[in-house]
Design a protein around this ligand. Structure first.
Ligand code: PLP
Length: 443
């Protein structure tokens, strides 16, 4: 495959405005649908009439195979906190690749990154590297069962943790529209109980009814039903209830890790979980995830303990090199550029909604945001499901036509990077203003 060419930043915006030429994407999509289910390798990438096939990324921009350029607010569903093809990450990948990419042995980069993670995240006394977020979470489930001797897990309605059988019930992201995936057994030996997010009373009741719960697992900020923030004191109360019930608390920080600063939600909200999963930003655009936690729990993982978990690509040197380079940049520069760009876009969007009298909620935290067409604040998955979907579909399609790439689903969060600047923010707000004009009557 040809490498991404390093070019000067492209001119943003469409070449031809709405109705831009996307013929190459159409042709590729037809062929992809013949070969791949739905023409994609992951369902959230599919949308009608066909998804844009991307050819290259540079900083905050994407360019498709027809040469159309977009300000990217999806960033591969979150990982690219430094933007596309950041020079430090490119250099680290090039350097590592020239010396070999996979050995099936320990490598020094594991120690370098584990030192960073244990420094950033007080809950991570020991770390195990894996390749995907789903793998990190499924390992946490097994470990928690082994540690507590209890089989059941509590998850939040709308929480998404990867394609694991046990957690594909009332899940967010691409699974948000269905109660549970086909093929998932209704009564597995390891039950999953689902409670609403932001509702400590429901959690308390669930824990008192089910003493078989060994693990309470949640995204501390719900990021797969759009963006839903925890109410004040909610996470602290979740931690208290979980511990009182003798269960373990795991934070899935695969989205929030590094987007809420070096210490993630654990530091941001001052609540320490027993187990923690990281992914996305961690690999700097390459597949890498990690789980960790208290030493006495992680000591149960093979070969130190009896909980088996292994992977050919686990801790692969190329991903670790890209990830370490990313974390070094973040340690030095932080995320303030991404945070201010997000604040500027969110401010612009709120003003436009208000000016037109459109009932919309722009949910916002650090460098993430999402838009709900709802007259009232969205505090849990049920509110998110009730928000109007049709105007979102029209809006996201118009934004795409106008040169702003965001996930074409109201259940995905939008992300910014440290490469987004003033110019891109203005462009996005202008495109948003224009897109609002095309909303169906009544909005
Ligand atoms: C919060 C959360 N956890 C876990 C996952 C699964 O990660 P991966 O896609 O790397 O398996 C995702 C993916 O979007 C996620 O958003």
């Amino acid at each position: 495959m040809a490498p991404v060419r390093v070019r000067k930043p492209p001119r943003i915006g469409p070449r031809a405005g709405p109705g831009r030429d996307t013929r190459q994407s159409a042709v590729l999509s037809r062929e992809a649908r013949r070969l791949l289910p739905g023409g994609v390798s992951s369902p959230v990438r599919a949308y009608e009439p066909y998804p844009r096939f991307m050819a290259r990324g540079h900083g905050p921009y994407l360019e498709d195979v027809d040469g159309n350029r977009y300000v990217d607010l999806c960033l591969a569903f979150g990982p690219l906190l430094l933007g596309h093809a950041h020079p430090a990450v490119r250099e680290a990948i090039r350097d590592r690749a020239s010396r070999g990419t996979l050995f099936g042995t320990p490598v020094e980069e594991e120690i370098i990154m584990a030192r960073m993670l244990t420094r950033h995240h007080p809950s991570m006394e020991r770390v195990r590297f894996v390749s995907t977020g789903g793998e990190a979470v499924s390992s946490i489930l097994r470990l928690a069962r082994a540690h507590t001797g209890r089989p059941a897990v509590v998850k939040m309605d709308g929480g998404f943790h990867g394609s694991l059988d046990q957690l594909l019930v009332q899940a967010g992201s691409g699974a948000a529209a269905q109660p549970s995936s086909a093929g998932v057994l209704p009564n597995p030996a390891t039950p999953t109980y689902v409670v609403p997010y932001n509702d400590p009373d429901a959690l308390s009741e669930c824990l008192s009814m089910h003493p078989d719960v060994g693990l309470v697992l949640l995204e501390p900020v719900l990021g797969n039903m759009g963006l839903i923030l925890p109410r004040k004191g909610y996470l602290r109360e979740v931690a208290r209830l979980t511990r009182a019930a003798g269960a373990l608390l795991a934070f899935d920080e695969i989205i929030t890790g590094y987007r809420l600063g070096l210490g993630g939600a654990e530091e941001f909200y001052g609540v320490r979980p027993d187990l923690l999963a990281l992914g996305k930003v961690l690999g700097g655009g390459l597949p890498l995830a990690a789980y960790g936690g208290r030493k006495e729990i992680l000591q149960r993982v093979a070969p130190e303990g009896p909980v088996y978990q292994a992977g050919t690509y686990s801790g692969n040197p190329l991903s670790l090199a890209a990830g370490c380079a990313t974390l070094r940049v973040l340690e030095k520069e932080g995320t303030s550029r991404a945070d201010s760009a997000t604040a500027a876009i969110v401010k612009g969007m709120r003003e436009e909604l208000e000016r037109r009298g459109i009932p919309g909620q722009v949910s916002h935290l650090a460098n993430m945001f999402s838009l709900f067409f709802s007259a009232t604040p969205v505090q849990d998955a049920e509110c998110a499901r009730r928000a109007a979907r049709e105007p979102f579909q029209v809006l996201s399609r118009r934004l795409l036509e106008g040169g702003v790439y965001l996930a074409q689903s109201p259940f995905e969060t939008s992300f910014l990077s440290t490469a987004h600047g003033h110019r891109e923010c203005e462009f996005v707000v202008d495109a948003f203003r224009d897109a609002l004009r095309h909303l169906p009557q009544g909005h």
